[in-house]
Design a protein around this ligand. Structure first.
Ligand code: MG
Length: 161
């Protein structure tokens, strides 16, 4: 049924910042810089959160978790993702698949793709086979001094199976 399927698009980018760990998809990457942000700066989890919220027609991550609120300073982005996931379940949907692109000249994403997929599989409660994580060099797109992430997610009503 056409109304039982929803697609969501997510995008986020953050600049590098010294003095914090680099987290992408909840996985710590061995790199001298982390990502600037009010929270832990995990741009991939932010993009996925926004894709889930967007698919549902819910307010976006910036509206739900304002960067002016002290309580979100340094917060784990898994909190944001879990709230989006709670809303997915509350509205009776489940995730069919998630496709992600990480755009960065550095660090190299390839060595971490497996671990990121594994962690996302655990966080989202869906099989690894339903998740794709790709690394791309930026080729002039976005800043050299940061990471950009895009993703799409497909949701389906639980009772449409
Ligand atoms: Mg962000």
């Amino acid at each position: 049924m056409v109304f039982g399927v929803r697609v969501g698009l997510g995008f986020d980018s953050h600049e590098f910042e010294e003095g914090k760990p680099l987290l992408l998809g909840g996985v710590e990457i061995d790199f001298p810089y982390g990502l600037r942000g009010h929270s832990d700066g995990d741009a991939l989890l932010h993009a996925i959160t926004d894709a889930l919220l967007g698919a549902l027609g819910e307010p976006d991550i910036g509206e739900l978790f304002k960067d002016t609120e002290e309580k979100w300073r340094g917060a784990s982005s898994e909190i944001f993702l879990k709230e989006a996931l709670r809303r997915v379940k509350e509205k009776g949907y489940r995730i069919i698949n998630l496709d992600c692109v990480l755009i960065a000249d550095k660090p190299k994403i390839a060595p971490y793709k497996g671990r990121i997929k594994e962690n996302l599989s655990e966080l989202l409660g869906i099989p690894r086979e339903c998740i794709s994580v790709k690394g791309k060099r930026r080729e002039g797109f976005c800043s050299e001094e940061g990471v950009a992430c895009m993703c799409v997610v497909l949701l389906r009503k639980e009772d449409e199976d």
